[in-house]
Write a protein that binds this ligand. Structure first.
Ligand SMILES: [Ca+2]
Ligand SMILES: [Ca+2]
Length: 82
């Protein structure tokens, strides 16, 4: 699932920066609360229900956290209005 090799170092650094920004407690994982805040920044009209549904999709291994690999996958596929 990791396609990090196809990403430029620049792109990877940019994603990492975003990941760190939204990982407010710096534990290298994004929990559902952090994800909800993230989604509301990207998409202000998003509801908490949408955030929770989105979180479940991004959290591919269902451990209740989005790790950096999962974040990269999602970031590449979901540009929306960002
Ligand atoms: Ca976190
Ligand atoms: Ca996960």
């Amino acid at each position: 699932m990791t396609e990090t090799k196809s990403l430029s170092a620049e792109k990877l650094a940019e994603i990492k920066e975003n990941f760190s920004f939204f990982d407010r407690d710096d534990n290298n994982e994004i929990d559902v609360e952090e994800f909800t805040q993230l989604l509301k920044v990207i998409s202000p009209q998003a509801t908490t229900e949408q955030a929770e549904a989105g979180f479940a999709i991004v959290d591919e291994n269902n451990d209740g956290h989005i790790d950096f690999d999962e974040f990269i996958e999602w970031w590449q596929t979901c540009w929306w209005e960002y």
